[in-house]
Design a protein around this ligand. Structure first.
Ligand SMILES: C[S@@+](CC[C@H](N)C(=O)[O-])C[C@H]1O[C@@H](n2cnc3c(N)ncnc32)[C@H](O)[C@@H]1O
Length: 273
């Protein structure tokens, strides 16, 4: 894509967009010059950031494989799903359970229009425009209720998205609203940018990345480990806990693409009340 200013669909291409920066990092083509410029700034500040993005997709793949193959989950609600660039949730889930259903939600118009064009007509998949900060609107959306049966377990995925929700928007209350709607045996999976000690982040990478996102469509709000663990209130956190995402049940013999100190990741299960 190319161009600047307001695109034909009213898409603002003058501000770097978090979904399209991420798409560029994954080698996708759904991005504009301003997105690529911001991505280049991120790469200059933190050369292994593209590896972090790939490690995040790998985490999602391992989690979805576990949920589908071992936990018996057949329904997924992927909040802040991003562009369908590679290793999509439905591909992993339906390879194991062909009738798995996946609803992708994103508040970015480019993500939604591309997602709908690529995936919208496939069985068991919906791409829904929506803001995760509006749990009531998403959980009542006809395409969501048409595909997902909330009387049965659902896995809610929030990968690399909650750090775009500032504290003022009360992200923990938002996740609690989803939790309260879920049946026992449902799951929550999160990856999240985190604060780091000087030993973990000697070059100040977190600050560099945060400053690039300050000019983007959403700013970055990294959180300390206890604040990330708090998203799992009301869930039982599975082993090995909320850890560096590359250390969450790694596939034997598959090295991570970046040093482990990147995003924190974890999975929780809603117990029977
Ligand atoms: C960094 S990408 C992560 C994509 C995917 N979840 C992954 O981990 O590979 C963040 C995505 O969240 C979306 N997003 C940001 N804030 C959101 C919000 N409040 N509601 C819904 N989507 C949001 C962005 O448009 C973008 O597509």
């Amino acid at each position: 894509m190319s161009g600047s200013g307001l695109g034909a669909a009213g898409i603002d291409t003058s501000v770097p967009n978090v979904a399209r920066i991420y798409d560029y990092m994954l080698g996708g083509k759904d991005n504009f010059a301003t997105d690529r410029e911001a991505a280049q700034q991120l790469l200059a500040a933190v050369p292994h950031i593209a590896g972090i993005v790939r490690d995040n997709r790998s985490f999602i793949g391992r989690v979805v494989r576990f949920l589908t193959a071992e936990a018996g989950i057949r329904q997924f609600l992927d909040l802040g799903a991003g562009l369908p660039t590679r290793d999509c949730v439905h591909e992993t889930a339906q390879a194991i359970t062909p009738d798995a259903r996946v609803v992708y939600v994103d508040n970015d118009p480019v993500v939604c229009s591309h997602g709908q064009a690529l995936l919208g007509s496939r069985d068991g998949i919906a791409v829904v425009p929506g803001d995760l900060r509006d749990p009531g609107g998403i959980l009542r959306h006809p395409q969501v209720t048409g595909l997902l049966d909330f009387s049965r377990p659902v896995a809610v995925l929030c990968a690399a998205v909650l750090h775009f929700v500032p504290d003022d928007d009360k992200p923990h209350e938002i996740i609690a609203a989803y939790r309260d709607h879920l049946a026992p045996g449902s799951y929550l999976a999160i990856t999240h940018g985190t604060t780091a000690t000087p030993e973990e982040d000697p070059r100040g990478d977190v600050e560099s990345v945060t400053s690039v996102y300050q000019r983007a469509s959403a700013s970055l709000h990294v959180r300390p480990l206890p604040e990330i663990e708090r998203f799992f209130d009301g869930f039982e956190i599975l082993d090995p806990g909320v850890v560096w995402m590359a250390e969450w049940r790694p596939d034997p013999g598959v090295p991570s693409a970046a040093p482990p100190e990147s995003l924190r990741g974890g999975v929780g299960r809603k117990p029977a009340s």
